[in-house]
Ligand binder design. Structure first.
Ligand SMILES: [Zn+2]
Length: 413
């Protein structure tokens, strides 16, 4: 079994030696003296859990900055959808690799994705060593043959590594009708998979749902039996007190995407209401065409600030926000990681404490939430493997060149 020994690293303010054996943290002690396969000098660095991104459309990195600052309708119909119609499977692979590169460099080791040609994103995640829950997208506008293939794909046995899982991804209540939603619910239950979906993102979604179904989106999904601890809902901006109670009672997971909600003028998530009711909240970036990066450090800062703008400065503390981005995110996706503890899966970041944004270091978590950028991340470890060291990812130049080439081709055609 491969071993990594990290010497003299700061863990919660004290110097520790940490032994990783295989894909787990085997021992954490004041001093460990063994000959490991790899030894890392951790002096001047701190070890923290990495980030778990609850909602992303990874291949949309190819659309970063392609169309901004316009109303949703025009944005989708005139820019996003025509561009996406030209994307091939190879383009999606290149876009996914660019996204994963960006995520690793900003300390993320897991993402929940929703796109199509999902096998390309799975291939990229497998090769680059990260964890992913890859959504198989469902929408009424997909033809019968594609939907049939999607459900079969979800039911099949796959030889993926333990880092990869699939999820059932009905896009939203306004693109997926009752019948298909129920089929998605059944497929998730039958195959023991997570269900992921956009929910209560805009006021229009609420108004349309009230007009069509005479109830609000959360209550509508409750009636259809789609809520539960394996259901992950992105955005969840527009909910009333009763809906927050329903989400808490059913243990449904809410993914807060503050950058996207602000950029698309979707509204402000009611953090204090959700916290008061005991809802399970994690963070996500959404895709790069509505963000426009995949940096969870940015997302933590925005989540903390946004909660304070609409409420009180003592709400959504740095510790709470950091936990949403790390331990809670891992737990909600049933990944036994997100904490630097013996027995946990070995996912970790080594942070350079001499980085100018982390000095002085009165409170590391506060510095990470409010001050850090990704240049402070030296090393990324996922499942006991080093996937970035000295802030360099293997093959990053080639991944970037390929993405540039693909985008040139797509905009010329
Ligand atoms: Zn989304």
């Amino acid at each position: 079994m491969n071993t990594i020994l990290i010497k003299k690293i700061k863990l919660n303010n004290s110097d520790k030696d940490i032994l990783i054996s295989g894909n787990r943290f085997e021992r954490i002690a004041d001093e460990i003296s063994i000959a490991a396969d790899i030894e890392i000098d951790g002096s001047g660095m701190a070890i923290i859990p990495p980030f778990y991104n609850g909602h992303c459309h990874s291949a949309m990195t190819l659309l970063r900055g392609y169309a901004d600052d316009m109303l949703l309708d025009k944005w989708l119909n005139e820019y996003i959808w025509p561009f996406e119609a030209k994307m091939s499977a190879a383009d999606i692979y290149a876009g996914s690799r660019l996204a994963i590169l960006e995520m690793i460099k900003s300390g993320t080791v897991f993402f929940c994705d929703m796109y199509w040609d999902e096998e390309q994103t799975i291939r990229a995640a497998e090769e680059m060593g990260v964890r992913a829950s890859i959504g198989v997208s469902m929408m009424d506008r997909l033809d019968h043959k594609t939907l049939k293939r999607n459900f079969e794909f979800l039911a099949e046995e796959h030889n993926y590594s333990s880092r990869i899982s699939l999820n059932v991804a009905p896009h939203a209540i306004y693109t997926v009708g009752k019948e298909l939603l129920c089929k998605c619910r059944d497929a998730a239950e039958k195959n023991n998979l997570t269900l992921s979906m956009h929910l209560a993102e805009t006021q229009k979604e609420i108004d349309d749902c009230l007009a069509e179904n005479n109830t609000t989106p959360v209550r509508y999904l409750e009636k259809l039996g789609l809520l539960g601890e394996n259901s992950v809902f992105a955005h969840v901006v527009h909910v009333d007190e009763g809906e927050a109670e329903i989400l808490a009672k059913t243990k449904s997971v809410i993914v807060h995407n503050p950058a996207s909600n602000m950029k698309l003028s979707s509204g402000v998530l009611k953090m204090s209401l959700l916290q008061e009711k005991g809802c399970r909240v994690m963070l996500g970036t959404d895709g790069t065409s509505s963000n426009n990066n995949l940096c969870m450090l940015d997302e933590m800062k925005l989540a903390a600030l946004l909660a304070k703008v609409s409420d009180r400065p003592d709400l959504a503390t740095a510790d709470e926000i950091f936990e949403m981005a790390t331990a809670k995110g891992a737990a909600y996706f049933n990944i036994n990681a997100g904490k630097i503890e013996e027995g946990k899966l070995a996912d970790a970041l080594l942070i350079n404490l001499k980085n100018e944004r982390l000095v002085p270091n009165y409170n590391l978590i506060s510095n990470l939430v409010y001050s850090a950028d990704c240049s402070c991340i030296d090393t990324v470890i996922c499942n006991g493997q080093i996937i970035m060291q000295n802030h360099k990812v293997k093959g990053e130049g080639e991944i970037i060149d390929e993405a540039i080439k693909v985008c040139e081709k797509l905009t010329k055609a």
